[in-house]
Design a protein around this ligand. Structure first.
Ligand code: SUG
Length: 441
């Protein structure tokens, strides 16, 4: 099989904290000001990578950027050399300091939109880095991910710079993208899900982060043919219920699409276009509001599971333990596993609680790529989640990451120097990172 799917997970950085930075993300608001456990968070992330690699799936590691981001602080006239503690009492500056310390690159599903080579008419693997322009703490990721992805995938993919950071083009990457295909190495149908279009229906309470124009721009950049591309609007009521990305209400893999009845604004039109464009048998699993209310989907992150191919046409689901602990979500999961008419054989529940408390489940923590063996081998070895590298990372995390981080810790004078010293330990395990210039280090 020439092409296979690769999972690329973000290594959770040492500054992981709960700052309540994401309006519309229910977990982020609920856990704001709570105490975070960066060491535990990072170890949970590594355990997930090891588990997925153990399923025989190719797994990569995307290391975090330098935090706190002193360049961004400087944009607001702030620095750790002056009276950083005073920012605690200044609402604007408090938010900026917390944004500059955010470990949000862990949610790698938002890093980029990826179109595998078999889908693109020019036969190239295309990656467009997301601008994440809807929130300050996420917007700083765009240039950092561009630099990292050039190092990781520069030899194997056509990497596009983020779209301009302005309202009509806000883009949150693969969290709003699905791909259906008969098998990963065959041409697939790519589904771009947007929350907002100029003059169209929009959510009333929470922001819609992905625009239709951003999707259209990426479709053109990636050379995706119209006959295998769909543009679908996310249901605004779902966004208003806390579904800030499509991957909080739908999941897909190869022939399978699992979705809630309120995932899309025009479900019937979407399904008829999908049936017309997909030239292979589809397995559509629709979940009604009666079976699992959106409220439970948001609480359990059922749809933010990883639906993974494990060979011979079979699949498994890697779900967060919160799904097991939610009655409706677990019942829906068991129904799907028991149903022999679909290719899904098992669910594995994993603990990624630290990320979940900021609204990031197993699927948020990873970006999917489809690659050939030669491309896979071209990704520098340190980024491969091999057992030795995972063990080295665990050792480094256990020695150096803070055990706990209350939100006010990021306002302490020594925070930047302490965290930057840990970053140097990360660079030692990912030597190509030294090429990324941080002029202020
Ligand atoms: O953008 N949370 C992230 C969670 C991203 C989840 N990703 C996917 N659904 N693919 C976000 O809302 C919270 C940070 C804080 O509040 O400290 C945060 O950014």
């Amino acid at each position: 099989m020439p092409y296979f799917e690769v999972q690329c997970d973000g290594l959770i950085g040492p500054t992981h904290n709960y700052a309540g930075l994401s309006f519309g993300n229910v977990a982020s608001a609920k856990n704001a000001q709570g105490i975070a456990y960066p060491r535990q968070a990072a170890l949970q992330g590594i355990a997930k990578m090891r588990f997925v690699a153990g399923l025989g799936i190719k797994q990569l590691i995307a290391p975090p950027p330098l935090r706190p981001n002193l360049a961004m602080l400087a944009d607001f006239g702030l620095s750790y050399d002056t009276d950083i503690a005073a920012t605690l009492d200044h609402p604007l500056h408090r938010g900026v300091v917390r944004a500059a310390a955010s470990a949000s690159t862990m949610w790698t599903a938002n890093a980029a939109m990826v179109s595998p080579a078999p889908d693109c008419t020019d036969g190239a693997l295309h990656i467009t880095i997301a601008n994440l322009a809807s929130a300050l703490h996420r917007s700083q990721e765009a240039q950092e991910r561009l630099a990292l992805f050039r190092i990781m995938f520069g030899d194997v993919a056509n990497i596009h710079v983020p779209l301009p950071s302005c309202t009509p083009f806000t883009d949150e990457g693969a969290a709003n993208h699905m791909r259906l295909c008969s098998a990963h190495h065959h041409a697939g149908v790519e589904i771009f899900v947007y929350g907002r279009d100029d003059g169209g229906v929009a959510p009333a309470r929470y922001p819609a982060r992905q625009t239709r124009k951003a999707c259209e721009a990426i479709i053109a950049l990636h050379h995706l043919p119209e006959e295998r591309t769909l543009l679908v609007q996310q249901h605004p009521d779902a966004i208003d219920a806390g579904v800030f990305h499509n991957d909080v209400i739908a999941m897909s893999n190869e022939t399978v699409l699992i979705y809630h009845e309120q995932s899309f604004l025009h479900e019937d039109a979407f399904l008829s276009e999908l049936h017309q464009k997909a030239e292979f048998p589809l397995c559509l699993i629709r979940i009604s509001e009666d079976e699992m209310p959106i409220r439970d989907a948001v609480e359990s992150y059922f749809y933010n599971s990883q639906l993974l191919s494990v060979g011979a046409g079979r699949m498994v689901i890697v779900a967060p333990t919160e799904t097991r602990d939610n009655h409706a979500a677990n019942a829906a999961m068991q129904r799907i596993i028991a149903d022999k008419s679909n290719p899904i054989d098992a669910v594995h529940y994993l603990d990624v609680r630290e990320s979940m408390r900021n609204g990031g489940g197993p699927a948020c923590l990873r970006l999917r790529l489809v690659m050939e063996e030669s491309a896979w081998r071209n990704v520098p070895a340190c980024f491969h989640a091999m057992p030795e590298q995972l063990a080295r990372l665990e050792d480094m995390i256990a020695r150096h990451y803070p055990e706990e981080l209350p939100p006010e810790a990021v306002h302490r004078a020594h925070f930047a120097t302490d965290m930057h010293a840990i970053y140097q330990k990360i660079v030692e395990l990912f030597p190509p990172l030294a090429k990324i210039s941080h002029s202020y280090l």
